[in-house]
Design a binder for this molecule. Structure first.
Ligand SMILES: [Fe+2]
Ligand SMILES: [Fe+2]
Length: 286
């Protein structure tokens, strides 16, 4: 009897190991400090955590606002597999002419059709395929976009036959909008990952029908800051209402995200963990 129990436990452990694909999703990269630390650590994390696919949000990777072709190349050459973007997508001049050439990077899928760039990406690990796309929220986000609920329906329908599992990023300000979308998608996708506020939340879990959910994974950048920017200029602007430059902060650098284990047969989440890594004083990245 005891042997039978042990055998079943061993089979379950082997099955979990064989069929579970581990995805690391890192939140908004803010400027060079966040970018350098991601590039320094990504391959090490893949090895140490047995991660198969790494996805990052790169909407603040270039000086805190937007991304460029060369920065996307830098991230990919460091080991990043996929890049998503958000409302800062067009902050860097000329990026609309570069985005079409960047495989592995997608724009928010509910932007107007005329916007250039891929609406989704499909990432591979061996024979496993993961569809990834993001949707912008429509509360407190100043970019024209269509209904995220209708968009996820049409996007899932469009890509479901091309992939074993789907991960969606909810790039939204309002937690109510993200939570509602999480329940709406429970059981239909492997994970709904919230971004944009740059502040990690404590509600990460697997919903009852198998979709991993978190309202926000936080950012990769300075945590001695206001959302990745130097503190004093932001305080001063709140006090006097005058717009000023908000330089990217460079103290207390951390990577923040989540680890999702996906059952590749069911395309749903088997495990979910918040992830955070603080840069030590000895770390070599600038
Ligand atoms: Fe951001
Ligand atoms: Fe954003």
């Amino acid at each position: 009897m005891i042997i039978a129990f042990i055998s079943i436990a061993i089979i379950k452990i082997i099955a979990l190991y064989v069929f579970m694909v581990k995805v690391l999703f890192l939140g908004d990269i803010v400027g060079r400090p966040g970018r350098s630390f991601v590039c320094e650590k990504v391959n090490e994390l893949k090895a140490d955590l047995s991660v198969h696919i790494v996805i990052v949000n790169g909407e603040n990777a270039a000086g805190g606002s937007g991304i460029t072709l060369s920065i996307a190349k830098e991230l990919f050459s460091s080991g990043v597999d996929g890049i998503t973007l958000g409302d800062h997508i067009w902050d860097q001049k000329g990026f609309e002419n570069e985005i079409g050439d960047i495989e592995g990077l997608c724009r928010p899928s509910n932007l107007p059709k005329q916007n250039p760039g891929r609406t989704h990406i499909i990432l591979k690990f061996n024979s496993f395929t993961l569809g990834v796309f993001s949707v912008l929220g429509r509360n407190y986000i100043n970019l024209k976009s269509s209904c995220p609920f209708q968009t996820v329906d049409s996007q899932i329908e469009a890509i479901k036959n091309q992939c074993d599992a789907i991960l969606v990023e909810a790039h939204m300000e309002a937690t109510s909008e993200k939570i509602a979308l999480g329940w709406y998608l429970d059981g239909k996708i492997a994970g709904l990952i919230g971004t944009h506020t740059h502040t990690p939340t404590a509600d990460g879990r697997i919903l009852p029908k198998g979709t991993a959910y978190i309202s926000d994974v936080g950012m990769c950048g300075s945590y001695q800051s206001v959302l990745g920017r130097e503190i004093d200029p932001v305080i001063n602007s709140f006090k006097d209402g005058i717009k000023r430059r908000f330089p990217v902060a460079d103290q207390d650098i951390r990577l923040s995200g989540c680890l999702i284990g996906i059952d590749e047969k069911r395309g749903l989440a088997e495990s979910f963990q918040r992830f955070e890594l603080k840069k030590s004083a000895k770390s070599s990245s600038a």
